[in-house]
Write a protein that binds this ligand. Structure first.
Ligand code: OXD
Ligand code: MN
Length: 590
């Protein structure tokens, strides 16, 4: 064993005191034995193997169902490194506090050593991590979401360059739950949670929080972005990366099925990734992206044969479902929005009998599946997975898209005027809260580049890093902003979204190719209405003009919010962004 890995394991065995230590070699026999053990102990339920081969169901504790931003920390020497948008702990104090919590936390349990690679093993983009965990669920999920096992150790060789990860379920005590990233030390420590987003350390902890810091230090970028390939009838491919806040439809866009007319002409969308992109400058001066993950950790509710047939198909084999509903009639799974036939005999995500129309003591509907219930599905299951999914050199980006949920302010699509202006557009990204979430409706939450919960360092430095990429690349992608969520006076969405978003991607690609003109507005270039293809769609040109309109008065109000948000960064706010804001103000007053 690599001596640095050995030392890391030895220290943590001494600290956590597991009964047994098992190295995960990645073999099917070992994984199958773990699945069997998890079924025997009740940690997982084996589903109908004819209808859902290789599929299992797992339930977490009701207090442990989502990422916990309030208990997620960036732990650095100085607070300034973590910046104004992160929870911060002084790193030595954090280590001392956490060590007390980990002491003896694995007594009577097995510690699994998971060597994993983010990105195809051996790709120049890829990075290695070692996660020590006392959870079989974590091992089995990491086996889907990342590349694991002996091949990763072989790739690591005798190098010390790996991310050190320690996870213990401990007592799943929410009061003692910590998700701590130490970017200066390539270290992740999470404890008292067993929910995916907190404990599958390859995903948010490593591939975004630690990797964003690594990218800053090393001259590349780790972004909360899907990556898709758009194949044109002549066989040419264009690649797009897109950042939206959580639950704004990244997986749906990544797996989009084009409208009939486009399909008939021969257009196709190929999925490279649905959540995370690692981006580097290639030899030709363009930006290249890989998806560092190997699977999809998707939200189940709302996924159906209409909204996202490719995601649904991805979950039909070798998938782990978490906190969905069990249909006891045929031992399969169900969730709200899957179809209109809720099971007659069912067990809800909490493990209680469930039937349609059930209400709790307060008369509120009881959900069969938790709203954040998930599927962990292998990427290779996806019918539209890109042939470049494993390409060690990544795919060249033609366009970057930002977006959020705005009821009125942002038009359907606009193009930024320059790289700096595009970075500004990303930095002011925002979503309005909807009635679906608790709290006030219509409150604007700023979420720059959709990285607010995931940027592992000072966001002022992060903006500067984005701006600096201009000096590193010679041909940058164009930057766009989209908004699928404009509503009419009755609060209904105007744009159909889903597959019809292809019509907007089509315009974006045409802009990248210099094939269509656009109209300049105060915020950027918007399409001429006749350049968005409406064939086969029940939307008239005037409605589309409304969707593309920019209301300067509304934007002047928005500028007040941006000013307020920018204040947070003090003198860390790059001068170029301040200048962009001033230019926007001037444009709005023209
Ligand atoms: C996710 C998220 O789970 O962004 O991908 O919350
Ligand atoms: Mn995400």
């Amino acid at each position: 064993m690599n001596k640095f890995v050995q030392k890391f394991v030895d220290e943590n065995v001494e600290l956590c005191q597991p009964e047994k230590v098992v190295l995960i070699d990645g073999s099917e026999e070992q994984l199958e034995a773990l699945r069997k053990e998890a079924v025997e102990t009740g940690e997982m339920i084996k589903l109908n193997q004819e209808l859902l081969p290789g599929c299992y169901l797992h339930r977490t504790l009701p207090n442990d169902v989502a990422r916990v931003e309030g208990r997620t920390f960036i732990c650095t020497e100085k607070q300034e490194t973590a910046g104004p948008t992160n929870n911060w702990l002084q790193k030595d104090e954090a280590y001392a506090m956490l060590k007390e919590l980990y002491k003896g936390s694995m007594k009577g349990r097995t510690m699994y050593i998971i060597p994993y690679s983010m990105g195809a093993v051996g790709s120049p983009f890829s990075k290695i991590g070692i996660e020590l965990t006392d959870s079989i669920y974590v091992v089995l999920n990491m086996a889907i979401m990342t590349r694991i096992g002996q091949k990763v150790l072989d790739q690591l060789g005798d190098s010390a360059d790996f991310v050190h990860g320690l996870h213990s379920k401990a007592d799943i005590d929410p009061e003692k739950r910590y998700i701590c990233q130490f970017p200066e030390d390539n270290t992740i420590m999470s404890i008292n949670s067993a929910y995916g987003g907190n404990v599958l350390q390859g995903k948010k902890c490593f591939a975004l929080r630690i990797a964003s810091y690594q990218g800053w230090q090393e001259g590349w970028m780790a972004e909360h972005m899907l990556i898709l390939g758009l194949k044109k009838p002549n066989g040419e491919k264009r690649y797009i990366a897109a950042a939206f806040p959580s639950a704004c439809g990244k997986t749906n866009l990544a797996m989009l099925i084009p409208p009939k007319e486009y399909l008939e002409k021969g257009y196709e969308i190929e999925t490279v990734g649905d959540d995370i992109a690692w981006i580097r400058v290639g030899k030709d001066g363009r930006l290249y992206a890989i998806n560092p993950e190997n699977g999809f950790f998707g939200v189940a509710p709302g996924t159906n044969a209409k909204s996202n047939p490719n995601a649904l198909a991805s979950t039909r084999k070798n998938t782990i479902f978490t906190n969905v509903c069990l249909n006891t009639e045929n031992n399969t799974v169900w969730w709200e929005g899957l179809d209109k036939n809720p099971p007659k005999n069912a067990i809800d995500w909490k493990g209680n009998p469930w039937h349609e129309g059930m209400v709790d003591e307060e008369g509120k509907p009881v959900k069969a599946a938790h709203p954040n219930s998930r599927f962990t599905a292998p990427a290779i299951n996806c019918p539209c997975i890109s042939p470049d999914f494993e390409n060690p050199n990544g795919v060249p980006l033609d366009a970057i898209i930002f977006g959020g949920r705005r009821a009125k302010t942002a038009p359907l699509v606009y193009e930024s005027k320059s790289w700096e202006n595009g970075v500004f557009v990303g930095s002011i990204m925002a979503s309005e809260t909807t009635a679906a979430a608790s709290g006030a409706v219509g409150v604007v939450r700023r979420d720059p580049m959709a990285m607010l919960p995931f940027c592992g360092y000072n966001m002022g430095d992060y903006f500067a890093h984005w701006l600096d990429m201009k000096g590193k690349a010679t041909k940058l992608p164009k930057i766009f902003n989209v908004n699928w969520f404009r509503t009419d006076e009755n609060g209904n969405f105007i744009w159909p979204g889903f597959g019809d978003n292809m019509r907007v991607l089509d315009w974006i690609i045409k802009r990248c190719e210099g094939a269509v003109d656009a109209t300049e507005t105060a915020i950027g270039y918007v399409p001429k209405a006749e350049d968005i293809n409406l064939n086969g769609l029940d939307i008239d040109i005037d409605t589309l003009k409304g969707l593309l309109s920019v209301d300067n008065d509304m934007w002047k109000k928005d500028v007040e919010g941006i000013e307020e948000f920018y204040k947070k960064f003090g003198d860390k706010l790059p001068e170029a962004l301040r200048a962009e804001l001033d230019a926007l103000k001037a444009n709005l007053n023209k």
